[in-house]
Write a protein that binds this ligand. Structure first.
Ligand SMILES: [Fe+2]
Length: 404
């Protein structure tokens, strides 16, 4: 079992695992694989200033005793992760239905926000409950399907995607369901105030004028006011909403809060909001692959996002998020179908193509297990653009292909 611990808890005899995440973890994570053999070696690691390390509790000479197992709902310290209860294929149909119902609901509440401003809170609560339950069964299904199927109407899908990603990430962080519900509601309604911004401004492909930017900048506060007037949601929901455009460096809006002044909900929504925005196709830009999007976001560390929470977000999605089309080191290609939070670069891949991208017999390969059992390293060498190969990754996850 792999376990990420603070460097100050590292002991002689523990076995350090190589996470293989140089661009994400360096310089925070010590990842030189092998047993910490001596006190001198341990002192040297500590002196080098690393903060965390992943240890393999099944290897090395250190006696761990009973290792803490994550409970089913993920109420953990954020270092151990709830296992998937069902496979992504088993959850696919339910997740798709939840997603479609959610988008239909988004049409309703955005339309009413444009007119009388009322929102059906009972329905929104039930919907967030469905999302929480789906994520508890399988952490990848709803998140990946929200990004895979092409739903063209960004206005209606974005609020759902942010709610789904925020809830799934919150569960990953170990938030209890009672906290996940307000977090999901916060995601659902974060942009409600945009409903009354003229579409010409909202969808403008060119640079905004100062006046137009002021209109845009007013939307978090407007969302907050619209919901507060109806007195149906709690202060944590409102705070997440009003703070979703604040930045770690204090250069966000509306209040220019920085660092820990920004609530956890505000910081989670900011990550979910930007991730969905980058990965979505818009009138003025193509979609960017999840993997590349995360690299872009990593470039925003210590500016838009605190590095720690951003790193957790990348671990949550995986370096190659579910649905990514990838090439392996033996040349074969396939679709990532399950993330591995402990080994973000070694997910489970459904191999479906040969080196020339011709269909091949489909087989599931757990890159971590393949690595451990065969001794040779089968790894992802390339993330491919599924659109240029005219491949729909969703059909490999939904059970249409290779799930006999
Ligand atoms: Fe926004």
């Amino acid at each position: 079992m792999y376990k990420e611990i603070s460097i100050k808890d590292l002991k002689v005899g523990m076995f350090v695992a190589d996470t293989g995440l140089p661009w994400i973890e360096h310089p925070y994570l010590f990842a030189e694989e092998g047993e910490v053999a001596t006190q001198e070696a341990l002192d040297r690691i500590v002196r080098q200033g690393f903060q965390n390390v992943v240890v393999d509790t099944d290897r090395g000479s250190y006696e761990f005793g009973r290792v803490h197992e994550p409970d089913v709902l993920g109420q953990t310290d954020g270092q151990t992760f709830a296992p998937n209860l069902v496979s992504i294929e088993e959850e696919a149909e339910v997740a798709q239905q939840i997603y479609q119902d959610s988008v239909a609901f988004a049409h309703d509440f955005i339309r009413s926000a444009q007119t009388d401003g009322t929102v059906d809170y009972e329905k929104s609560g039930a919907l967030v409950d469905d999302v929480i339950q789906s994520v508890a069964r399988n952490r990848d299904a709803l998140v990946s399907f929200s990004k895979l199927r092409s739903y063209d109407e960004y206005t209606f899908t974005h609020c759902i995607n942010v709610a789904v990603i925020a809830v799934a990430f919150g569960q990953f962080l170990g938030l209890i369901p009672e906290r996940l519900k307000p977090l999901g509601l916060s995601g659902l309604f974060h942009d409600l105030g945009k409903a009354r911004i003229p579409p010409a401004v909202l969808n403008k492909p060119d640079k905004l004028t100062d006046e137009e930017f002021e209109i845009i900048k007013a939307h978090p506060l407007r969302s907050y006011q619209m919901l507060k007037e109806q007195q149906a949601v709690g202060p944590d929901v409102l705070r997440g909403i009003v703070e979703h455009h604040e930045k770690f460096n204090g250069k966000g809006y509306p209040r220019g809060l920085s660092g820990d002044q920004i609530s956890l909900f505000g910081r989670i929504l900011a990550l979910a909001d930007i991730y969905d925005a980058i990965t979505s196709r818009r009138v003025y830009k193509e979609s960017i692959s999840p993997s590349k999007s995360l690299k872009i976001m990593f470039g925003m560390r210590d500016q838009t996002f605190a590095t720690g929470l951003l790193t957790s977000f990348i671990k949550f999605l995986g370096v190659y998020p579910v649905g990514s089309l990838v090439r392996l080191s033996d040349g074969t290609c396939g679709v990532v179908c399950e993330s591995n939070p402990y080994r973000a670069h070694e997910p489970v891949v459904k191999v479906a193509f040969d080196a020339d991208m011709r269909p091949a017999p489909i087989r599931k390969v757990d890159l971590f297990k393949a690595h451990m059992s065969k001794g040779r390293r089968l790894e992802i060498t390339e993330c491919l653009d599924h659109e240029s190969y005219k491949i729909d990754p969703a059909r490999f996850l939904l059970g249409d292909e290779g799930n006999s």
